[in-house]
Design a protein around this ligand. Structure first.
Ligand SMILES: NC(=O)C1=CN([C@@H]2O[C@H](COP(=O)(O)OP(=O)(O)OC[C@H]3O[C@@H](n4cnc5c(N)ncnc54)[C@H](O)[C@@H]3O)[C@@H](O)[C@H]2O)C=CC1
Ligand SMILES: O=C(O)C(=O)COP(=O)(O)O
Length: 525
């Protein structure tokens, strides 16, 4: 039974779903990095929000980990390249808390417009300072959106309802989408010059870090009010403090900070500064949504191989997964066969599907071929990290889908290019379930690929098979299955044998020197 650790506070629905789906679950929140490192080894899945930091060190200790599920959107607390290298799928729930977060941004915008927190403090202190607080209307004001993705567009919709004018800076926003949203696409400088309110809704990346730098803040309209419900690090906090102190910036509301938890900050106590402790996603509705979604996605993956909302792997629905499973076994074995036979000589690989296989989602088949192929380089390779390793090695990977009807109702072919030219292996599924090799380097053969095998290329000649059997028998090597193919009578022949014990050392040397033998290789699947 797979085991999942929920390491951040999550709605109880998550644990309930894991248990209902046959996944064992522990809920242990608030652990330090070292405590997490000490316990993570026993888990197949890790369900998190933003507090748990899934670092390279944590991943190195996570020897059984297969999936990290983020009950929320931002995954900047997960080292995705390290997770990919370790073969761990990282998934998030990209929509579950977007309305809630957009509403928080709007709430903070109003709080700034009317100085609500300070007015509340003053009133509850018995001061009744009616003349001290003078707000601004948001109607007819310009809202500048930095980032117009899921959350940004919900904010835009709400702001338009409030009769604001909305301008957006987002390099990936198409003019058509801007028109659909009823907003104006502008450059960052234009946004800074025009916005009365600015709200940020981008992930934190190398391009967005300090997008509101001292220089950018200096270009804003005097009195601008700024809301950040996205990520700490998008605004230069020191420059923001200066802007607030000088009066150039009329107000700022931060839900997120460069360092969290933010228990001390030079911004605290600054007039016109409002803060909340990363509450963007904190509503009952959003937390139920993300908890259910993350648990379902992770359970799908752990129980049936379905992949949804993964950031480092193509999607694979829970319905597709069982259909693709035998193909992935076939693809992995074909990849492993060429990987073991050709190894470092491979410069390019083409994964070709025809017949029933051509009707399927090809990405997982490609991933499985690469996993098999790259296994000669690393024991820890799987479908998640194989494409990254292949890229690192400069392997040219192609996918081909043939419409033609072939000899088999379904076929997967793995063709590789080496300096010697192109060669390929192909396999089919018997009864739609059992992987079977049907061709190796142009020679028809029918073989199961599994366990320990011997691959022998020899000249087809009478007596060879008998001598081979005797040599192996005398060495105490029992032959399990025996598959034979040849290019032509008396031409080149291929033998694939499954053996019950490894063939190595002296026996291998003996096989290599047998008359007529051109190549011998021990294989392992
Ligand atoms: N405070 C909180 O509790 C929450 C915060 N968030 C944060 O909100 C962020 C946005 O979430 P979504 O809207 O769902 O993400 P999204 O991926 O739908 O939208 C992000 C937008 O940012 C844009 N973008 C990327 N690079 C940019 C750049 N250099 N300049 C301008 N725009 C750029 C993208 O094109 C995209 O349209 C998340 O990444 C997360 O960090 C999300 C949920 C809750
Ligand atoms: O979903 C996100 O990106 C968030 O920032 C929400 O964070 P949280 O789950 O509340 O720790």
């Amino acid at each position: 039974m797979p085991k999942v650790l929920i390491s951040d506070k999550m709605d109880p629905q998550a644990a309930k779903i894991f248990r209902e789906r046959g996944v064992e679950v522990d809920e242990i929140t608030g652990k330090t990095k070292d405590e997490l490192i000490a316990m993570i080894g026993e888990y197949d899945g890790l369900a998190i929000r933003s507090s748990t930091k899934v670092t390279k060190e944590v991943l190195a200790a996570a020897t059984n980990l297969k999936v990290v599920g983020r009950a929320g959107i931002g995954v900047d607390n997960v080292d995705i390249p390290s997770a990919s290298a370790a073969g761990v799928v990282v998934m998030n729930t990209p929509f579950g808390n977007s309305i809630t977060t957009a509403e928080h941004a709007i709430a903070l915008m109003f709080a700034l417009a009317r100085d609500l927190p300070e007015a509340d403090r003053s009133t509850q202190a018995g001061k009744w300072e009616k003349n001290r607080f003078m707000g601004v209307e948001v109607t007819s004001k310009t809202l500048g959106l930095i980032g117009a993705g899921n959350i940004g567009s919900i904010v835009a919709d709400r702001a338009l309802g409030l009769k604001m004018k909305v301008v957006a800076y987002d390099p990936f926003l198409t003019p058509e989408r801007a028109t659909d949203l009823g907003i104006e696409k502008v450059t960052l400088d234009e946004l800074l010059a025009r916005a009365d309110f600015i709200t940020l809704h981008t992930p934190l990346t190398e391009q967005t870090r300090n997008i509101l730098s001292a220089e950018a803040l200096a270009k804003t309209k005097k009195g601008v009010r700024i809301v950040n419900c996205a990520r700490g690090g998008l605004i230069d906090e020191a420059a923001l403090k200066e802007g607030l102190d000088s009066g150039h910036i009329g107000g700022a509301a931060l839900d997120v900070f460069v360092e969290e938890p933010a228990k001390a900050s030079p911004l605290f106590g600054t007039p016109n500064f409002i803060s909340t402790p990363h509450l963007g996603a904190s509503t009952n509705e959003a937390q139920v949504n993300v908890a259910i979604q993350v648990a379902e996605q992770m359970a799908d993956f752990l129980m049936s191989g379905g992949v949804t909302n993964a950031l480092n792997m193509p999607s694979l629905s829970a319905e597709e997964a069982p259909k693709l499973k035998p193909y992935m076994a076939l693809a992995e074995r074909l990849g492993s066969l060429v990987g073991q036979l050709e190894g470092d000589a491979i410069k390019a690989v083409s994964i070709e599907v025809e017949g029933a296989a051509a009707e399927l989602n090809q990405k997982p088949i490609t991933g499985a071929v690469l996993a098999g192929l790259m296994r000669v380089h690393s024991d820890t390779v799987n479908m998640v990290n194989a494409p990254f390793l292949a890229k690192e090695r400069g392997l040219d990977v192609r996918e081909v889908r043939h419409d033609r009807e072939g000899d088999y109702h379904t076929l997967v072919r793995v063709a590789v290019k080496t300096e010697e030219g192109s060669k390929s292996v192909a396999g089919t599924l018997f009864a739609n379930a059992e992987p079977r090799l049907v061709e190796i380097f142009g020679i028809k053969v029918e073989a199961d690929l599994g366990g320990q095998m011997l691959y022998i290329v020899n000249e087809d000649a009478p007596g060879f098979i008998g001598r081979l059997g005797t040599t192996l028998g005398e060495a105490g090597v029992n032959i399990g299955t025996f598959h034979l193919g040849r290019r032509a009578a008396k031409g080149e022949a291929v033998l694939l044998l499954s053996v019950d014990s490894p063939v190595e050392g002296e026996v291998m040397a003996q096989l290599k020197t047998m008359p007529g033998v051109k190549a011998v290789k021990a294989l392992r699947f």
